[in-house]
Design a protein around this ligand. Structure first.
Ligand SMILES: [Zn+2]
Length: 421
């Protein structure tokens, strides 16, 4: 863990330097001798000094940009899979510890592989355990997606990692496109932008404490991130909320959200550590999502289909006759289920049922009934029932609520804070 933490700190010190644009770096170098030759400063006119000061301040602001380290891919070191990266005009490979050590790779595509616990670039062994890759011009590509910022390739003793280092606002612009819905109005996108900024800021702090090489995954395990897109209208929501996040006790909150809460009262959900996240303990039901399509759902299976879905988890399951819910928590979420056969009742958790039948079972709030040869699941909501209810919020915007009131409604006890450069 100490090693990892050190590595993370190295990345951050590197990032601070790397975040400076070329002209800012130049102005930093240019200013150095002036510090030593004070007479030159005296000879400058007040306007010159003011201009110079502004330049330095601008460079410092840019230097302190907030970056997110997003995990795009990871693999075991002995896995033969290659990562194919693209850059239209070629790459610049940087040493992470020493930004001045750079190598230009003129190839438009390069392959990153691992063997014998080492990293290879286009089949050539790298002497480094980690390095950064920038595009000479335009965005970098991994697979069919293009990404802002730059990449870090790194390894620890077991795995190799491909990480996208991206400015937090660029990251959020991408996330809004994946986690939102086309056609949502500006106010709704502002709700989501602040929730996602709070979530990722909280994950950045957590990663630093845990010494994780990256801050967030690019999948829906955290927030879905697919790099650059052409939905320019989302920029307005990012600009109008730039730097704003929700805090609790002066710290960013882990702002969870789901598509539709189904009217479940989060405070009654069992097994959630609300002392760690009191802002998720909403003790009133959201009624705003009632009008949305996802509020109620129904899924029907015949017993043979269910046996097929369950056979890997419960190989002994034969001749399924019925599915009976045996335990719910105070919020109404299913905790235990019994699979009834002619000879016995096989227990299974509500969460397992959800994960095995995820295509049609949308949440943990459901009842089960038998109709002829069919087993029918009827439920409410889409997701885990915690935090912001996206479609509820969408309806609130329609009813005239603004983004701040909506966020305060779904995350009680929070305050609005701003990332400070
Ligand atoms: Zn709701």
């Amino acid at each position: 863990m100490t090693l990892k933490l050190r590595f993370n700190l190295i990345i951050f010190s590197f990032l601070l330097g790397a975040a400076l644009p070329a002209d800012a770096k130049r102005s930093r170098k240019k200013n150095k001798p002036k510090k030593e030759q004070t007479t030159q400063v005296v000879e400058q006119s007040p306007a010159d000094i003011e201009q110079e000061t502004k330049k330095i301040e601008a460079a410092q602001q840019k230097k302190k940009k907030f970056h997110v380290l997003v995990l795009l891919a990871e693999k075991e070191l002995d896995d033969e899979q290659e990562w194919l990266l693209g850059a239209a005009k070629g790459f610049v490979l940087h040493d992470i510890q020493n930004d001045r050590q750079q190598v230009v790779l003129e190839d438009q595509k390069i392959a990153i592989s691992t063997a014998h616990k080492l990293i290879y670039v286009n089949g050539k062994r790298s002497s480094k355990n980690s390095f950064a890759l920038r595009s000479l011009k335009g965005h970098l590509a991994y697979g069919i997606k293009h990404y802002p910022g730059f990449f870090i390739v790194a390894r620890d003793t077991k795995k190799a990692y491909l990480i996208n280092v991206v400015d937090i606002e660029d990251y959020l612009l991408s996330v809004l496109s994946s986690e939102g819905w086309p056609g949502w109005p500006l106010e709704m996108n502002k709700v989501l932008a602040i929730a996602c900024r709070s979530y990722v800021t909280s994950m950045v702090l957590e990663a630093q404490v845990q010494g994780r090489l990256y801050h967030v995954k690019s999948t829906n395990a955290h927030q879905t991130y697919r790099g650059v897109h052409n939905k320019g209208h989302l920029k307005e929501a990012i600009e109008q909320t730039r730097g704003i996040f929700l805090g609790h006790n002066e710290k960013p909150i882990l702002a969870m959200f789901d598509a539709c809460c189904g009217g479940v009262v989060p405070a009654k959900i069992a097994g959630v550590n609300f002392s760690k996240a009191p802002y998720l303990k909403r003790n009133y039901a959201c009624k705003h999502c009632k009008r949305c399509k996802l509020y109620e759902w129904e899924a029907s299976y015949n017993t043979y289909q269910l046996e097929e879905y369950f056979k890997e988890e419960i190989p002994s399951l034969k001749k399924l006759r019925d599915v009976i819910v045996t335990k719910k928590d105070p919020a109404g979420l299913v905790q235990r289920v019994s699979l009834k056969t002619p000879s016995r009742h096989l227990p299974i958790s509500g969460k397992k049922i959800y994960s095995l039948l995820k295509n049609q079972i949308k949440s943990f709030y459901y009842s089960v009934s038998k109709k002829a040869h069919s087993i029918v699941f009827k439920g409410r909501g889409y997701g885990h029932h915690l935090g912001l209810c996206q479609w509820g919020a969408r309806e609130m915007v329609r009813d005239g609520w603004d983004h701040k009131s909506i966020l305060s409604y779904y995350y009680p006890g929070t305050t609005f804070m701003r990332l400070k450069p």
